[in-house]
Write a protein that binds this ligand. Structure first.
Ligand code: NG1
Ligand code: MG
Length: 512
């Protein structure tokens, strides 16, 4: 009986439909008019391009992570919320066996080429995803949907004739700034995945979509953790979400009235000569290695230890069920050393060559190379960050329903603590992020931290509603005006750089 009810709930947990006349369920009153114009413009542009209206639209939001940075890929719960910056896709089935993809943006790069070029994606889902273009994300999502469908129906004997499949036209309007830690990539992937599903008349639950979208983002090159896809699909207006992994599950977390989250973009590109995905993947590899070395140190048989994929798995193997209590102190210190590890030492400890261990995973091998060129592998610091951050997520969640008056200050303090850990232990901050965090706190924020992968992008500051406007004004003066020079930033640009953000709904299909 209970299982029955649970199943029903899960069945209903599919992507909702929203009529285009009811955009007020998605956006704040203050931006409703602008959004209506934006939607009308997208439909109009689609008509100009294809001579006919789109059949429907899809929408998937970006997110801001309030706490729980770089721990989703280690299996630990995180606490993000969906934001009103989102990606829209206008869609229509097409008789040719072709997926036509265009973007309404006319932005050009330094060489004068369109940043979001028009392109065609092969209809055969077995085709490999080429990297290096925005179209790769669209391709990855398309491939992800069909691969998941095939996997789910793997026992069906009926042959599926891919080349004869009908195609579709997609026109995209993305508003999540790229590379800002607000998850533009997942918003695009999720919005396209839903579009493809709808055209193919497939229906999957949000949890299923979150899982396969996470998998398919790997085609583009990040060994992604799953937070962004989950929150983009499961976001809820008015609530932050505690997201669990394995399986993906979202729990509503009410936010205290009177506090507000303000997002501020560093815009000064972080000085990273290297590709951000190498840094990200290196962290994933460092955590994987830390899991194995820790497991060995705890006496686990070699074969089992080498099978450890995440730090959470190791914690669970220790019989330490209390997931909210963090990792037992002292264990890490005695099993890992704070100096960076080198390849030879790791191969000695693990009793295998690392090339063999990561065979077939080119991203991991590249990350290993990148680590070797940058002083080795920091297992202790990375693991210490992950375990402490996992505990902070639950601490912040409890504070959200705390009755005490100083809960705002306490929430802020946990956020700042998280930033310090990202900065010192995980080394994913940047001078600009550190400066913005410092200025936020100096100007009255309860706390502030980088959000998203880091190495550039945005900070999120927790501020009293009462000082909101003054706070933004002060950051403008002390950060933007100072760094960019007087008059270098227009009011309009400033609005895009620093803005308060409320939790919005997750992805949906928009019916015309
Ligand atoms: P960004 O780069 O901010 O979209 C990335 C990962 C997340 C998570 C954060 C760090 C992807 C798609 N997203 O987010 O899963 O690991 O970094 O907490 O790779
Ligand atoms: Mg991303």
């Amino acid at each position: 009986e209970v299982a029955n009810v649970a199943d029903k709930v899960r069945m209903q947990d599919t992507v909702p439909n929203v009529p285009i006349r009811q955009l007020e369920v998605l956006y704040d009153f203050s931006e409703l008019d602008a959004q209506k114009k934006r939607y009308a413009n997208l439909v109009e542009k689609f008509k100009e391009l294809h001579g006919t209206e789109p059949g429907f639209l899809t929408r998937a939001p970006g997110r801001v992570n309030l706490i729980g940075e770089h721990i989703d890929y280690e299996g630990y719960s995180v606490l993000p919320m969906a934001i009103s910056l989102d990606t829209l896709v206008a869609v229509r089935a097409r008789s040719e066996a072709q997926i036509h993809v265009a973007n309404i943006s006319t932005e050009v790069d330094d060489n004068g080429n369109l940043k979001y070029e028009t392109g065609v994606i092969p209809i055969d889902p077995r085709a490999e995803v080429p990297r290096g273009s925005w179209l790769s994300y669209v391709h990855a999502a398309y491939k992800g949907v069909l691969e998941y469908f095939l996997w789910k129906h793997r026992d069906n004997k009926k042959e599926i004739l891919w080349p004869r499949q009908k195609g579709m036209s997609l026109l995209i309007d993305g508003r999540v700034p790229q590379g800002s830690g607000l998850s533009s990539s997942s918003a695009l992937v999720c919005a396209v995945a839903i579009a493809v599903m709808q055209i193919k008349q497939m229906s999957f639950t949000k949890a299923e979509i979150a899982e396969f979208c996470r998998e398919c983002e790997k085609y583009v090159g990040t060994q992604s953790g799953g937070m962004d896809q989950a929150i983009s699909l499961m976001g809820e207006r008015g609530f932050a979400k505690l997201i669990d992994f394995g399986p993906v599950k979202a729990h509503s977390v009410p936010l205290p009235l009177g506090g507000i989250f303000i997002i501020a973009n560093t815009i000064v590109a972080s000085l990273k000569a290297d590709k951000p995905e190498s840094k990200y993947n290196l962290r994933v590899v460092e955590c994987t290695l830390a899991s194995m070395v820790l497991a060995l140190g705890l006496g686990m048989p070699r074969e089992e230890a080498l099978g450890m994929k995440t730090l959470k798995q190791v914690q669970e193997k220790m019989g330490d069920g209390g997931k909210e209590n963090g990792f037992p102190s002292g264990v890490l210190e005695s099993k890992l050393h704070p100096e960076p590890y080198q390849r030879e030492e790791l191969e000695g400890l693990l009793g295998t060559s690392l090339d063999d261990l990561f065979e077939g995973n080119a991203d991991f091998q590249n990350a290993m190379q990148y680590g070797a060129e940058n002083g080795g592998y920091q297992l202790y610091n990375r693991a210490l960050h992950v375990f402490s951050e996992a505990e902070r997520v639950y601490r912040l969640r409890s504070l959200c329903t705390d009755e005490s008056k100083d809960k705002f200050a306490k929430i802020g303090a946990v956020m700042t603590e998280s930033h310090r850990s990202c900065q010192k232990l995980y080394e994913c901050s940047s001078p600009e992020l550190d400066e913005l965090v410092r200025l936020a706190i100096e100007n009255g924020a309860y706390g502030a931290r980088l959000t998203g992968a880091g190495w550039g992008g945005c900070v999120v500051a927790y501020v009293s509603e009462n000082i909101k406007n003054r706070f933004i004004e002060e950051i403008y003066r002390s950060y933007y005006k100072k760094n960019l020079g007087e008059g270098k930033i227009t009011q309009k640009q400033l609005k895009d750089c620093i803005f308060p953000s409320k939790p919005t709904a997750g992805a949906c299909i928009i019916k015309l």
